[in-house]
Structure formats: structure tokens, C-alpha cells
Design a protein around this ligand. Sequence first.
Ligand code: FAD
Length: 465
Amino acid sequence: MAPHVPTTLPTSLRDIALSPADDGYDARRAVWNATIDRHPALICQCTTSKDVQNAIAHAAQRGCKVSVRGGGHNIAGTAVADGAVMLDLSGMNRVEVEAATARVRVGGGATFAEIDAATQAHGLVVPGGVVSSTGVGGLTLGGGIGWLARRHGLSIDSLVSAEVVLADGTCLHASESQHPDLFWALRGGGGNFGVVTSFEFRAYPMRPQVSFGPTFFALEDAAHVLTAYAQHSEHLTRDACVWANLMTAPPAPALPERWHGQKVLTLMQFHAAPQDEAAQDLMPLYGGVAPLGSAFAPRPYIEAQSFLDEAYAFGARNYWRSHNHLSLSEALITDLVDLAYDLPTPASELLICQLGGAVGDVGADATAFAHRHVPFLSTPGVRWDNTKDDAEMIGWLKNASRRIAAHAAPGAYVNFIAESGSADKAYQQHLDRLCAIKHQYDPGNMFCVNQNITPIPPPGAPMLD
Ligand code: FAD
């Protein structure tokens, strides 16, 4: 069936545009978080930078805002907005690996599954997130934390350059030497400055086999193990990264059946070393407690990267909060364990992500990412299916988040914030500089469907028309 397109659409967009009456429109406007149900005026399925420029020109002419869809994972649903022109970049997913120079060029709509497959074919890796269906675009522009963060830093720390289409349609390259202010802002400032049509990353050698998997502990032992985790995790080698999760036990073969469906503490462990060496490094985190079971084992890197994909599949309703922690205090651990007993659905969780290591090697002001000094992030999340439960679930999480916030440092990771309007928390000490760069590159705030940075001229700057 030929797509239904309004006759006023320019010919340049006719072959790539979906309007509300078209087949495929509903599938493309849907995002990972099913609580998001928004209706863009038009979806442009871009496959080239020229498509992006044409779509932006059309939005500007119509006075529409623009939203950008990479992998569609953003918890706040910032890929899609009512009445906007949505640029769907999922067709821009090419990954080119130049093994000799360890450089990787990635289309603006690729996922980490696509990067991992292409780089591992050459024994290389680019640091990404922990779920492989996540978009490279959104994850990278917000910072990018994952299993390799302690070894190689954030995803932005491996970014060498980016090709960007700006609000006025200009396409330029940003790097340390070209438009360095824009390059600084792209590394942590989210999708505020333009559409990145191509990312260039530095890649690193990685053994094809890593040590990876969950080790489960009874909730009764969780406070003791979390205390050991809090004390010892900074002493792990940089090959290791461990996230702690208070959650409901899955029906994992590694766990005796009587624990399936019970509340547990899971240490999800990544280690680049062979298993024996890795186990020795990780042992102090257990605090001498015997686990209920463990699936920590040698696995191909790609399997580790996609191990959690099924648990976080598209289509459920979700609500999260994000907190920074300079340490995991006894009082915080007590509250977390207490809250874990009342998690409202089996897929809900209280997650602690570990940073540190190479993340702190980069200067606090070298990129727009504001949280390099933070060793732990907590991300409490509820996940449910029925619309009728929305208020109860979101209410539970907000209450839990209030208790956690009492033990938290200021700020929140931009990629884990469920509601818009949180620029101050996300960008913190860098907000003023980001506002000035926003004013330079997007003075009309065309890219406003995000944790939005207000364009503000720096003091003393001449006013723009
Ligand atoms: P989208 O919803 O498509 O895009 C989000 C925003 O990013 C858009 O509004 C836009 O502003 C911007 N954007 C995307 N692509 C471009 C582009 N090419 N040019 C300009 N702007 C663009 N984060 C981590 O750091 N580490 C993790 O391990 C991690 N795991 C996650 C697991 C799950 C299951 C989920 C749902 C999220 C996870 N995240 C993680 C958070 C993730 O980084 C953010 O949700 C991020 O916004 C997702 O990017 P996306 O391209 O998939 O999202």
C-alpha cells in the first residue's frame, strides 16, 4: 500500500514520511516505555544526512518542534512528541570498523548490538551500555555507562568526532579540533544541539571470552553483602564492573527452585580476566556470605552484552528515578533492603550501578558529563503491564525515591531521568556553559524534546535577531 502523505509534503520527504493514517506509523511512534503514547505530526524515516536536513527544513517551515529517535529507549520518551516532526534514525545503522587504526564509524541510529557484532569480528570493543538494544545516539550523548566504564571510561570518552546536522540545516564535523565547544557539549549534554548522523569512536582490543553473570544472595544477607560491596568495589581491578540489584529472583537454572520468585540481592558481575583470576578479584564483595547460586561463567563478550536484553524487552510500562551516591552508607543500605521487601511487581528493582576507575581519569570539566566524581548511581525502577496500575506504581516509586534521595548527593544521570524539565539535576555545574553553547547552535530551541537546555547568550554577547 502506498503511504498516505499530505499533498503539502515536499517531494524530498515523500518517500520517507509516515503520517498518522499510514501503515507503520503506530509501530514507529512506539518506544521502549509503554507509558509513552504520543502522536507526532509526521515521522521521517531518515537514511542519509540529506534526509535529516530535509526533515529539519520542513519542520522549521511549519514551525514544528523536532524529536529524534535513535534506539527509542529513553525512559522519558524523548524520541517522540505530540505534533512534532519525528526523525526516525533507525535506518542509519551502518557500522564501519577500521581495524588497523581501531576507529569505528557508526550511523546515528545504530544500536549497541550492531556495534558489538561489527567490532567483535575484529576482536575490538567500544564501551556501551548493558542492554544491547539501546541506541548509540541517546546513550552516548548522555554519557554512556556500562561494563567497560571502569576499564575504558564512558562512551563519550571514546568519541573522536561526530557529524552533526544543526537546526539551520548546516552539516558539520565536531571534534577536539573542529567546533570544540560543540564537541564538549555533545559529550554529556544530550540531544540538545543537533542531530548526530555519524559517530566516530576509538575501539579497544578485548579477548572474545570474558567472565560474566549474576551471583544471587538471600535478602536476609543483602545488608551484609552490600556493605562489603560498598567497601571493596573501589579496590577492584579496572577489568571488573559490578552492579548490585535488589530484585525478584528469576527462574534461573543456577538458582535452586525454591528461591525462584523470592526477593534477592543479585551482583551482576563483569570481568575481562579469565574466570579464576576474576573470581579472586570479586570475592571480597561477597563479605564471606555463601551465595544462593551463581551463573558467573566464561562467556563470549557479545553474550555478556545481550544477557539482560530479554529482562528489559520493549513493551512494558516503566517508571524510574536516578540518584548520585558518593558512598553507600549504612542508612542507605538499610532503607534499600527495607524497600526491597515491598517491591510492587516481579520486574521492579532497586539497582545500583558502579562507576569509578577510568571514568575519573578524564577531567571534571573536560566534557559536559557532570557526574565523574560519583562512584555509584542508584536507579530504582518499577515495571508493570496494566494501565490501571499506573498511579499506584508511580506513587510507590516516588515514595521509594524520596527515601533514597535522603542519602543521595545532588544530581541525576540524564539518561535515567523519567520526567522532562530536569536540566539542572542532569547538567549541574555545566548548565550555564551548555546554555551559552545551545544559544550559539540552536538559538530557536528546535531540539527541545529532551532534558531541555534553554538557549541563553553568555553575558555581554550581542543579541541575535
Ligand atoms: P531514544 O529514545 O531514541 O533517544 C533519546 C534521546 O536521545 C532523543 O530524545 C534525542 O534527544 C537523543 N538522540 C538519540 N539519538 C540521537 C542522535 N543520533 N542525534 C541527536 N540526538 C539523538 N544508559 C547507559 O548509560 N547505560 C546503560 O547500561 C543503559 N541501559 C539501559 C537499559 C534499558 C533497558 C534502557 C531502557 C535504557 C538504558 N540506558 C542506559 C539509558 C539510555 O542511555 C537512554 O535511555 C538513552 O536515551 C537511550 O538512547 P536511545 O537512542 O535508545 O533513545
